[in-house]
Design a protein around this ligand. Structure first.
Ligand code: SF4
Length: 408
């Protein structure tokens, strides 16, 4: 376990200032988050399937101004504590950040650039209906490098079933505008949805590829309890969403996308060379990340947590022995993880990625490693243990076996 503790500690160890001779100065390695997420919890209208934390409102709602102002204040306070100094990626997500409009979004994105000066990737989420030219201009002016557009489908009947407020034509036109603006464009597409056929799914996949995007995320629709979609189909068999359909559409996505030069690097994510989403990779690789805003999740090591607590005064004191803290402002719950739990979580999340995990991370559990290989869920490739196709299809078994290691 000690190697795991030190693996996790790399990003969280408090810094030491080292001086060599009279002139050479090694920079202080201060505690800092590596990924920053800002949540904008407003949408033009709730989609029929949505159970995310977001409120429907209009762009003229003054609440949007006060939300942006409060977020900017919090970002400055976090910056003043040094917590964002080493931050490499930022992501403004939602909700629908583009509902803020060019001026508010420009103010927020400009603030992020100012408080996190070391960013190598800066993403903003968008919906086609509010991705105006003004918004695109504000993104480019604030040095946003990447945009993730919620397209979901390029079929109007399917979009209507999902309760989306945009049409397929509007989505195509706005994605093309974002590509022309010089941004790295990612789109989200959804499969196993009402009225979708294999043919329309393939058409949506090919349609977004033709627009010149460099990253595509594909997800099967989840029918969440309490949503309008759930109420509508409560007594239905929902054959369009059954597991076989989901698996077939995800496999179709792999075939279509890889044939067009995209590389799958995570269960649901495909990218052209050099265009992986580093921010999302941070979530799957145990890197400390901080969420700002109503529904944003954070995961911090001890040193970052202690700093964050100086700003987020509602955070309780760290539990002795906890090596990882996970929380969202919305419910005020903090989960304290031991180093063993954090290790098991890293193993599990790492298996979402094609790169898997370093084999040595399971050196202390040779029987578990052997069993996973024997069951065909993982395989050794060089010094890595990577998920097999079977392992992803039976994801719950693979993730469950790794998470079970959290218990000593
Ligand atoms: S745009 Fe996204 S967050 Fe907003 S209602 Fe639709 S699914 Fe939910």
């Amino acid at each position: 376990m000690s190697q795991i503790a030190s693996f996790g500690a790399k990003a969280t160890a408090p810094g030491v200032s080292v001086h060599s001779g009279s002139t050479l100065r090694v920079p202080i390695n201060k505690p800092s988050v590596k990924a920053l997420y800002i949540h904008v919890p407003f949408c033009a209208k709730k989609c029929a399937y949505c159970d995310f934390l977001s409120w429907p409102t209009s762009a003229s709602d003054p609440c949007l101004d006060s939300y942006v102002e409060a977020t900017v204040r919090e970002l400055h306070a976090l910056h003043d504590r040094g917590l964002l100094e080493g931050c490499r990626t930022a992501y403004i997500g939602g909700g629908t950040p583009t509902l803020l409009g060019g001026s508010r979004l420009g103010m927020l994105a400009g603030c992020v650039r100012g408080v996190a000066p070391s960013l190598t990737e800066f993403t903003c989420e968008a919906n086609p209906d509010s991705l105006t030219d003004d918004v695109l201009t504000a993104m480019v002016a604030s040095d946003v490098s990447r945009i993730s557009v919620g397209v979901q489908s390029l079929n109007d009947a399917e979009l209507m079933e999902l309760g989306r407020v945009h049409t397929a034509e509007q989505a195509k036109e706005r994605v093309a505008a974002a590509v022309s603006a010089g941004l790295d464009v990612s789109v989200d597409l959804m499969c196993a949805i009402p009225r979708q056929s294999d043919v329309s799914w393939a058409a949506s996949l090919r349609g977004v590829i033709d627009l010149g995007v460099c990253h595509i995320s594909v997800y099967p629709l989840t029918i969440e309890e309490g949503t309008p979609l759930y109420r509508r189909f409560e007594h239905d068999t929902c054959e369009w969403n059954d597991e076989d359909v989901q698996a077939r559409r995800m496999e179709m996505a792999e075939q279509v996308l890889t044939a067009c030069g995209f590389v799958r690097y995570e269960v649901a994510s495909y990218a052209r060379l050099g265009k992986r989403c580093e921010h999302n990779i941070a979530y799957w690789t145990g890197v400390p990340y901080l969420g700002v805003g109503k529904g944003a999740a954070s995961m911090l090591g001890p040193a970052e947590y202690d700093l964050a607590q100086q700003v987020l005064e509602w955070l309780p004191s760290r539990r002795p022995g906890a090596s990882r803290m996970r929380f969202t402002a919305y419910d005020g719950d903090v989960e304290f993880l031991t180093s063993r739990e954090a290790w098991a979580e890293d193993l599990m999340l790492g298996m979402r990625m094609t790169d898997g995990i370093e084999t040595r991370l399971l050196d202390g559990e040779p029987s578990v490693r052997a069993e996973l290989i024997c069951r065909g869920l993982v395989e050794e490739r060089g010094n890595r243990l990577v998920p097999t196709h079977e392992g992803w299809l039976l994801g719950n078994e693979l993730y469950g076996a790794l998470w079970a290691l959290a218990e000593p």
